[in-house]
Design a protein around this ligand. Structure first.
Ligand SMILES: [Zn+2]
Ligand SMILES: [Zn+2]
Length: 334
């Protein structure tokens, strides 16, 4: 039998432009082996964008990546996070403590901070969404057992010194970066835009690989918000994207178009499924939408993605939900 233990990657640093370094940090997630933090020269130090996830040994990986390009955590003058997911903000606490710098973050970070403050309530809240989506009780119990007392990849809560909202500027040696709010992937998501060089730090809003993910239940219409954010970023006309995972890429317009196409296809697919097979719970809809059965590995992601499309279709008047037994909701075409 093949060795199932995946060889863990090591933190690695590389210069991508004069004054801009990519810090590639390992992640423990299947299918997502690493994330990026970006260091930008700023006076006698750096502005650090994103942090990597916190777990045993993770600060040593950040130190290792920085060391490869002659940077140090102690020279971080400002920490800016693109959004409040653990792989982008998880190490904020030790970084802020070591560097004595501020953290800037979008104010709608409760989707993460509530989890970090009160993981049990957050877990129950997630289970309740799953239950009303039609997930069977046995699967809910198994999930609760797996996640109970689980680690969320966050070293601790840091109160942001500044709200990262439209119009906020971050100055660096490469010029001023402007904050562009881009909710969708997460309600707290922002991109950083450097207009003279047409550089975009895109977090998880745009990745080299088209792979939509949304936090369900923390905003009105995550899929609709994501589509609006794609339009916003398209108007910038960026020439190079520095994304939260993977390599930089220059075909920014192509990536935006591919994201938009995929999201519209999935929304249309969800509408088809509930129109022809409905009423259906989200749990029943998922295998029809994705053409594959649910597994413990994909369930969380696919159910919340499907719920986001159902919610978008509901907000735009194309589907309605019907409350059923025990509050389980079924969806049908309007
Ligand atoms: Zn994310
Ligand atoms: Zn990420």
């Amino acid at each position: 039998m093949a060795d199932l233990k995946r060889k863990r990657e090591l933190g690695r640093g590389e210069r991508v432009l004069p004054g801009v370094w990519r810090l590639r940090l390992p992640l423990p997630w299947p299918g997502v082996p690493h994330c990026n933090a970006w260091a930008i020269a700023s006076g006698d130090g750096i502005v650090l964008v994103d942090t990597g996830m916190h777990e045993p040994g993770s600060m040593a990986q950040l130190d290792r990546a920085m060391d490869m390009v002659n940077l140090r955590v102690e020279t971080v003058r400002l920490l800016v996070c693109t959004h409040a997911h653990s792989d982008h903000v998880g190490q904020a606490k030790p970084i802020v403590e070591r560097a004595g710098c501020e953290l800037w973050l979008h104010p709608r970070h409760e989707h993460l901070t509530q989890t970090a403050f009160d993981p049990d309530t957050a877990l129950e809240r997630r289970l309740e969404v799953a239950r009303t989506s039609g997930v069977p009780a046995a699967a809910l119990d198994a999930y609760r057992e797996r996640r109970k007392g689980g680690d969320y990849g966050v070293a601790g809560i840091v109160e942001p010194a500044r709200d990262l909202v439209d119009g906020v500027e971050v100055s660096t040696d490469l010029g001023t970066w402007r904050v562009v709010e881009t909710p969708g992937h997460a309600p707290s998501h922002v991109c950083l835009w450097q207009p003279e060089r047409r550089l975009l730090i895109s977090g998880d809003h745009l990745l080299g690989r088209v792979s939509p993910y949304y936090d369900y239940g923390w905003s009105e219409d995550p899929a609709g918000e994501f589509l609006t954010s794609l339009d916003r970023v398209e108007d910038l006309d960026a020439r190079l994207c520095l994304s939260g995972h993977g390599r930089t890429f220059s075909d920014v317009a192509g990536h935006i178009a591919a994201n938009r196409t995929l999201v519209h296809e999935r929304i249309a697919r969800v509408l088809d499924v509930v129109t022809y097979d409905g009423p259906l719970t989200a749990f029943e809809a998922v295998p029809r939408v994705f053409g594959e059965p649910l597994t413990p590995l994909n369930a969380n992601w696919w159910i919340s993605e499907t719920l986001c499309y159902l919610r978008h279709l509901e907000v735009t008047g194309r589907v309605v939900r019907e409350p059923g037994d025990g509050g389980v909701e079924a969806w049908r075409a309007a």
